[in-house]
Design a protein around this ligand. Structure first.
Ligand SMILES: *[C@@H]1O[C@H](CO)[C@@H](O)[C@H](O)[C@H]1NC(C)=O
Ligand SMILES: *[C@@H]1O[C@H](CO)[C@@H](O)[C@H](O)[C@H]1NC(C)=O
Ligand SMILES: *[C@@H]1O[C@H](CO)[C@@H](O)[C@H](O)[C@H]1NC(C)=O
Ligand SMILES: *[C@@H]1O[C@H](CO)[C@@H](O)[C@H](O)[C@H]1NC(C)=O
Length: 370
């Protein structure tokens, strides 16, 4: 109840808001410890419910950033690491990782947990919900911004949620980081993830009143789904669908909570997402380029990521079960091509993030140092 003592509200509505905020913060902390205990009880299922698929490592493409000179290089001119460094802009030593689903975030979380011990910072994560809401109302966004501000620095907070604008609530700005992935691969990954047996068994255990899925839905493969114009695999430009279950819009996580962010593959959501990445994000890693991502994180956000590359390869990668989705069959290139045609802006955004990461990497001049 420290919050209450800090500032004395003048109006009743502010008092009510504050009381409910403090109550929710308390509840949050309470449920978090409950969740932790629940997880201990649940051992063989080591990670949190309905969330655990490690598919980080196996899908990494076999090119290393330092070997990029085999490909024709785009020349970016003289790159200034300082200019590409948004960590400087943060006004509080809190790292906010608004993770995108199916982009290796389980593994990143394992990494952050290991690093929190080595680099001495607090690690916080929201609990798994029955229905994850990534697009918040103004008040919910405000509440979340206050919650994140409540953590003592240095802290990390991890949650599936769209970009939060702290400035609009006059709160200090954290260090934003995130990861992206090829948007079509991501949609396919989600498609088979929700059909994997462990996914609904774990969810059923956590939320017993959830209905079992329909066997025909489980049997349906991605190719058939696309080729039969099944609504689940139709990617209509501009289509708005709220909620967590709709995984076609990676840009939404970077665009924000406004209505202009929700249309599928729209110019406006893409532009705003790019703008936020450029202005606010310290690093947006690329799943397909893990080593480059870890190297850039180490150099641009050293307070939290010092030693990340070694920790990943020597600890997280070695000890975590690599829980690849063995129920994910290969999808024909031709089918991916059909889908790709409708993901133009999503792909443009992904390419933009890749390019930015590459620039940040080049600006470090690592190859030139002895
Ligand atoms: C990434 O770095 C690790 C550790 O330095 C190395 O063992 C591995 O081969 C690298 N992977 C790629 C794809 O370059
Ligand atoms: C965040 O909010 C501030 C203040 O309302 C506004 O000026 C700014 O444009 C917003 N930023 C984004 C990225 O929406
Ligand atoms: C792609 O979008 C067009 C409309 O622009 C639509 O007719 C087509 O069915 C969509 N394709 C997929 C695979 O959803
Ligand atoms: C980026 O800024 C942070 C915070 O000021 C600093 O610790 C880090 O060394 C900088 N990295 C680069 C590559 O400039």
């Amino acid at each position: 109840m420290k919050l209450l003592r800090q500032y004395f509200p003048k109006r009743l509505s502010e008092l009510v808001a504050l009381v409910s905020l403090s109550a929710t913060v308390f509840l949050f902390i309470h449920t978090r410890s409950l969740t932790n205990r629940l997880q201990e009880v649940q051992r063989p299922y080591e990670s949190s419910v309905g969330d655990a698929v490690y598919e980080f490592v196996n899908e990494e493409k076999p090119h290393h950033s330092r070997e990029l000179n085999t490909a024709p290089e785009v020349y970016y001119g003289k790159l200034d690491a300082n200019e590409l460094n948004n960590t400087r802009k943060a006004t509080k030593d809190v790292l906010f990782f608004n993770r995108v689903p199916k982009v290796g975030s389980q593994t990143t979380m394992e990494l952050l947990k290991s690093l929190s011990i080595k680099n001495d910072f607090h690690y916080h994560k929201d609990r798994t919900q029955k229905v994850e809401t990534i697009k918040l109302t103004y008040n919910e966004e405000k509440w979340l911004a206050n919650l994140i501000n409540y953590f003592d620095p240095p802290s990390v907070y991890v949650k599936h949620v769209c970009y939060v604008n702290f400035t609009q609530f006059d709160l200090p700005t954290p260090i934003y980081v995130n990861l992206v992935r090829d948007p079509v691969e991501r949609v396919i990954s989600w498609y088979y993830y929700v059909r994997a047996p462990w996914y609904f068994v774990e969810r059923k255990r956590a939320f017993p009143d959830l209905p079992l899925p329909n066997p025909n839905w489980l049997r349906k493969d991605f190719e058939t789904c696309v080729r039969t114009f099944d609504p689940e695999c139709r990617f209509i430009p501009g289509l708005k669908r709220d909620g967590f279950g709709d995984h076609r819009r990676q840009t939404m996580f970077f665009c924000g909570h406004g209505d202009e962010c929700t249309g599928f593959n729209t110019e406006i959501a893409m532009k705003k997402a790019k703008e936020n990445v450029e202005k606010s994000y310290a690093v947006v890693g690329v799943l397909e380029e893990l080593n480059k991502t870890l190297t850039v994180l180490e150099h641009y956000v050293p307070r939290f990521f010092k030693g990340a590359l070694d920790t990943y390869w020597n600890e997280v990668h070695v000890f975590s079960k690599i829980n690849r989705n063995i129920y994910k069959p290969p999808v024909a290139e031709a089918t991916k091509e059909i889908v790709r045609k409708n993901f133009t802006r999503e792909i443009e955004f992904f390419d933009f993030c890749k390019q930015r990461l590459h620039k940040q990497y080049l600006a470090l001049n690592l190859d030139k140092k002895p």
